[in-house]
Write a protein that binds this ligand. Structure first.
Ligand code: BV8
Ligand code: ZN
Length: 248
């Protein structure tokens, strides 16, 4: 079902609020990559709908069955290889060029923001194109689709893992602190395509609001944070973001 078209006056007011603010922080979730063909996690067809997240996205699951977990991440790598940035990613890369104080915080691990040309990116949950060795800490960018199994560290021989943050694992403290600061110090906080259910990422929107930022949300449907927002723009990010930054 198509959401009601956004009133032109609401979009215009949101566009003006964005245009007059130089300190802009953006938080994105899986929804911004949906129009690139990347499945989301909790919506229809979502990744977690027919899979057991505790088997696939926890350190316990990896310890129990690393082959199953690598099959899951290889499935996502193969799929992502066919995906490219959509107009929403490209709009954020354009926006960054126009703002002196721009920070992009993403929960996504798909690497599409970087491919779209964004530069100042904080990847809260890591990146599926990078592997990390639990034995010696060695990290490697590995753009191959399929990682042959078993992927062993060339340095110490341990089994390497996707360099992503699983449930029950702490986020990188430096990235989290920079994200909190960017949420506190911005004048406008734009949150796009997240169901606002995963913490600590989901704490950033209320933090921005409490710190006095104007909040714009872009989503297909309301979220637990919609009532916090100054502007809730309902519709696909690939259509709304170009309009919002005045390029659509
Ligand atoms: C931690 C791995 C400290 C990488 C992911 C009880 C209460 C509160 C918190 C907890 C709790 N129990 C446990 C916790 C903590 C837990 C948590 O928050 N659980 C939730 C589910 C209740 N968090 C953690 O474990 C975090 N670590 O807390 O560390 C700690 C340390 C030790 C011991 C204890 C605690 C780690 C969180 C990171 C988990 N890793 N993924 C990967 O393989 O991807 S999370 C996973 O969800 C993804 O990374 C994803 O980024 C993230 C968030 O999902 P969304 O991006 O929001 O995607 P979703 O599908 O949900 O929503 C899509 C949205 O887009 C929808 O709103 C939809 O309407 C919209 N949309 C769709 N299409 C479009 C669109 N919008 C616009 N346009 C479109 N076209
Ligand atoms: Zn190693």
């Amino acid at each position: 079902m198509r959401p009601d078209p956004i009133a032109e006056s609401t979009l215009q007011a949101a566009r003006e609020a964005l245009a007059r603010e130089d300190r802009v922080t953006v938080l994105t979730g899986a929804g911004i990559s949906a129009e690139s063909g990347v499945p989301t996690f909790r919506g229809k067809g979502g990744i977690w709908r027919e899979r057991n997240v505790t088997e696939l996205a926890t350190p316990e699951g990896f310890a129990r069955d690393p082959k199953l977990v690598w099959e899951f991440y290889n499935w996502r790598r193969d799929l992502l290889q066919k995906c490219s940035p959509n107009p929403a990613h490209l709009a954020l890369a354009d926006l960054e060029k126009e703002k002196d104080g721009f920070v992009l915080i993403t929960q996504n691990v798909d690497g599409l923001h970087k491919q779209a040309g964004s530069r100042n990116i904080l990847e809260l949950h890591g990146n599926t194109w990078r592997t990390r060795c639990p034995g010696c800490g060695r990290r490697e960018d590995d753009p191959r689709g399929h990682v042959p199994y078993p992927p062993l560290c060339p340095q110490c021989g341990s089994m390497v893992r996707p360099d992503v943050v699983w449930f029950g694992e702490s986020l990188d403290p430096g990235i989290l602190e920079e994200s909190a600061r960017a949420s506190q110090e911005c004048g406008l906080f734009l949150v796009v395509g997240t169901s606002a259910q995963v913490y600590p990422a989901a704490a950033l929107t209320p933090l921005a609001k409490r710190s006095g930022a104007t909040v714009i949300e872009v989503n297909l449907e309301p979220t637990p944070h919609t009532e916090l927002t100054d502007f809730a723009l309902t519709g696909p990010a690939g259509e709304i973001l170009p309009l919002l930054i005045g390029k659509g």
